[in-house]
Design a protein around this ligand. Structure first.
Ligand code: SF4
Length: 370
């Protein structure tokens, strides 16, 4: 459920056809044309008791400064997956207690950059330079890929664009169930639709305004039936008494909805956050229990569960997932090589090694869809 309350647009974009279409779709909301959008942001930051919460109700539409497609920054001394991030929307109208964006962005408003043609030009430039490599692009790093997509319409253009590419795929990552507009697009298996999953209890207590688990899995089923490869992210994994039963139930539910051969990848990532997130989150979500466990700073400064806890969680998850399909492609998000070694008995070694594993996985899927 999107609870936008007003829209601010930079006047230079008023005539943009994408913006005009959005205006028609949001004609029930106040629409302000303002050249000083930074001032709107500053006023929110200065005068609102909860700028982060208030910003989730405001949509800004503005030109993007700089490149719209970037490398995922990864994290120091951890194996990263060499992902390319597309900045079309930053921030998110959902409100997870652990969301890193609360402490990350200096603009708390949901912000949309309607320069699709420039996004596609930058992607072409990247993939044409290395025609023998396979690139993964996604919109779900600085926001949710689908919660606003019915309004902004990026997937309508991006999915057919990627369908025509030989060496690139798109991932749309979400905690929503907003997939109806995807179901009849020409995707040729070049778009992976993926969901972040957590047990019911964590969704209810920590993932405010996100779709319930059943709705996410039903949406995944619809996409899989429409031929899309699907993906799942158990990230963040939360450690609490009884986590084993709850996560195992989610794995079982997942495979009640989806056949393992339809799953392109599954990621696992323990809860981690920069130290200053804890204070922001505890002020905004005093009822949250996930910040009270024992977490210690890693080499990148982020707080994580102790290594034995992370390894235990990953090993158990891998065994539950692989019981359904021993060949399932599972990777760890932002973990060190020694953790990979303990969980899988092998390590990709570095980011390049993990990237090669992704390329092999994508090629296998692409062979099935020509
Ligand atoms: S869905 Fe993702 S981007 Fe949105 S609030 Fe939750 S963690 Fe943040």
């Amino acid at each position: 459920m999107v609870l936008l309350k007003e829209v601010y647009v930079d006047p230079s974009l008023e005539a943009n056809p994408i913006v005009q279409r959005i205006r028609q779709g949001l004609n029930h909301l106040p629409w302000h044309s303002r050249a000083d959008l930074d001032r709107v942001i500053q006023e929110l930051l200065s005068f609102h008791a909860d700028p982060c919460g208030a910003g989730k109700h405001i949509l800004l539409i503005r030109p993007f400064q700089g490149r719209l497609v970037k490398n995922c920054p990864g994290t120091m001394n951890h194996i990263c997956c060499n992902y390319k991030i597309i900045n079309v929307v930053t921030n998110c109208p959902m409100d997870c207690s652990y969301c890193i964006l609360q402490s990350y962005l200096n603009n708390p408003c949901v912000t949309f950059y309607p320069e699709f043609a420039e996004v596609f030009r930058e992607i072409e430039e990247i993939i044409e330079k290395h025609p023998h490599r396979i690139f993964r692009f996604g919109t779900g790093e600085l926001g949710d890929s689908l919660i606003l997509d019915g309004i902004v319409g990026f997937a309508d253009e991006a999915i057919p664009f990627f369908a025509a590419k030989k060496n690139a795929i798109l991932e749309l990552k979400t905690k929503s169930a907003e997939v109806d507009h995807l179901l009849f697009l020409n995707h040729r298996g070049r778009t992976v639709v993926s969901w972040s999953l957590n047990p019911l209890r964590i969704i209810e207590e920590e993932e405010h305004l996100a779709a319930p688990l059943g709705e996410r899995l039903q949406a995944a089923r619809l996409c899989a039936d429409a031929g899309y490869p699907v993906g799942f992210h158990f990230d963040p994994l939360i450690y609490y008494p009884g986590w084993e039963d709850d996560y195992r139930t989610v794995v079982d539910l997942l495979f009640e909805h989806i056949e393992p051969r339809q799953v392109m990848w599954v990621s696992l990532g323990g809860l981690r956050y920069p130290p200053f997130l804890k204070q922001v989150a505890q002020e905004r979500f005093p009822g949250s229990r996930i910040f009270s466990g024992e977490l210690i700073p890693g080499e990148d400064g982020k707080l994580r569960y102790l290594k034995p806890i992370r390894v235990e969680m990953y090993q158990r998850m891998v065994s539950w997932l692989r019981a359904y399909d021993g060949g399932l492609f599972i990777y760890l998000c932002m973990e060190r090589a020694d953790v990979w070694q303990e969980v899988f008995g092998s390590t990709p070694g570095n980011t390049e090694g993990l990237n090669r594993r992704f390329e092999e996985c994508v090629v296998r899927f692409m062979k099935g869809v020509q």
